[in-house]
Design a protein around this ligand. Structure first.
Ligand code: BES
Ligand code: ZN
Ligand code: ZN
Length: 463
């Protein structure tokens, strides 16, 4: 984060005196901008039919076969996505935006540039280098946000073979070491001994041992926030096996863990005046002779018995033990991230994470941060009567039921049963994925509601 070298799509402005000028223009300001240009530039821009609509770029000729600069069409100047198309549309080289941008626009530009330049290049060389933006090297706010989003994307994009429970643990260990945090891992049969039976039940069929990864950081005197993330490194559905198209992208089922890890890392890098406990139940929901079955009744740390209606509703089962443990620590609040339901995507589509919250003020803070950061979340109701969808004849609760109604709400209600009454809790049912490329949003893993969560915590705890 703050101490790492600049990403390759940026250059320190001090070393970039040869940078080409880049003009940011929206539709409303196009005419005025054009009129202020030399006649030959204004004529060229007109002749090209450049209208500054969002997502456009046009290079300016220098009259000698070279480039004199470029103009970029943008929409909302404070939305990082407005700049996402630029680094891969401009010719490689270094570019510099003249004039004084306001802090928030400059940060949006830098973040959008970095997000638009991102390619997951672990296994294949990207087809081209991004254009580079000249920035003031001391200006790190956007770079921290970018590093957190890149952390999520990289973790999610990495295939399960290289990002199983073990590797997730390693990542958490490295981060803990870098920031002086304490790490503790309860794995394999120790999960039974230490009373995390639900995490064990879901993960026991895999040859890669299930575990609960916890990281603790911060001063005792600071408000304590528990951050929990669903770390299902692959979701086959278990014995209720997913069909091929439903399983295809399930390497991303640790997207919640990726968000939780990235948020914790960002808080530590920025040294927010918080005490945090990061909890990641990391498992593979695998098929095997030891797999938990539909109809089994399993124990939970809380003591509630759970009838397994469907082994594909595994996220709530691992999360419930982690949430119970989080509650035991008596934090000031709990936030969890989880790729919990397909139903949340049916309700809100791929771009809007579903926010469930038992505290109106907290929910409003996250919604407001979503709007100001252009990183939206959408509040959904904890409609308690729908708990009837999770009734079991033989256990305290079921992890699903015959009804196809309100799948995202009932999953959230299940989780709520494991949060102590009166403890502020926010749950984000997040896709963590771009299923089609959009400017600034390459296909694949994505951070959603992460920047707004960071801003919300800052707002809530006066950081
Ligand atoms: N990991 C999935 C949810 C998911 C699927 C998220 C696709 C994003 C995209 C989760 O474990 C799951 O399979 N949930 C089931 C629950 C059902 C069996 C009650 C679902 O949502 O269909
Ligand atoms: Zn599942
Ligand atoms: Zn899942």
């Amino acid at each position: 984060m703050t101490d790492v070298p600049l990403p390759a799509c940026f250059t320190d402005a001090a070393d970039a005196r040869d940078a080409q000028p880049l003009h940011l223009v929206d539709r409303a300001s196009l005419a005025a901008w054009r009129d202020a240009q030399p006649a030959v530039v204004a004529g060229w821009v007109k002749a090209q039919g450049f209208d500054a609509s969002p997502g456009t770029v046009m290079t300016l000729a220098d009259g000698q076969g070279g480039i004199a600069g470029a103009v970029v069409g943008i929409g909302d100047p404070l939305d990082p996505a407005s700049y996402g198309h630029v680094p891969m549309s401009l010719p490689p080289g270094t570019w510099s935006v003249g004039g004084d941008l306001q802090d928030d626009q400059r940060q949006a530009l830098q973040l959008g540039w970095g997000l638009g330049a991102y390619r997951f290049d672990r296994y294949k060389k990207p087809p081209r280098l991004p254009a580079r933006l000249a920035i003031d090297a001391g200006d790190t706010a956007a770079l921290d946000a970018l590093a957190a989003c890149v952390r999520v994307r990289d973790l999610v994009n990495t295939p399960t073979e290289h990002m199983g429970p073990d590797q997730l643990e390693q990542v958490a260990c490295e981060i803990a070491q870098r920031h002086g945090a304490r790490i503790n891992v309860v794995g394999g049969d120790d999960l039974l001994e230490k009373n995390f039976p639900a995490i064990h039940a879901v993960g026991r069929a895999s040859h890669r041992a299930p575990r609960l990864i916890s990281l603790a950081w911060g001063d005792e005197g600071h408000p304590h926030v528990a951050i929990v993330g669903k770390g299902v490194c692959f979701d086959t559905g278990g014995l209720d096996l997913k069909p091929a198209d439903g399983m295809r992208w399930m390497k991303k089922d640790m997207g919640g863990a990726a968000h939780a890890i990235a948020l914790a890392e960002w808080i530590m890098a920025r040294r927010l005046p918080l005490r945090i406990t990061l909890l990641v139940p990391a498992v593979e929901n695998a098929v095997g002779p030891d797999a938990f079955r539909p109809g089994d009744v399993i124990d939970t740390r809380q003591g509630l018995s759970i009838e397994i209606d469907n082994t594909d509703a595994e996220g709530r089962v691992v999360l419930c033990d982690a949430l119970t443990y989080a509650g035991e620590l008596q934090p000031a609040m709990i936030v969890d991230f989880a790729t919990l339901t397909g139903a949340a995507r049916i309700a809100l589509g791929p771009e809007l994470p579903a926010l469930y919250c038992n505290d109106d003020a907290l929910a409003q803070q996250w919604l407001d941060a979503g709007a100001s950061q252009r990183d939206p979340v959408w509040r959904m109701p904890l409609w308690r009567p729908y708990l009837r969808y999770l009734t079991s004849n033989i256990a305290d609760l079921a992890n699903g039921g015959p009804s196809k109604m309100a799948g995202s709400i009932s999953a959230a209600l299940y989780l709520e049963r494991f949060v102590p009454a009166g403890m502020p809790w926010a749950h984000l049912d997040v896709f963590s994925w771009n299923d089609a490329e959009r400017p600034g949003h390459p296909f694949g893993g994505e951070a959603q509601g992460l920047r707004s969560a960071f801003a919300m915590l800052g707002e809530r705890f006066g950081a």
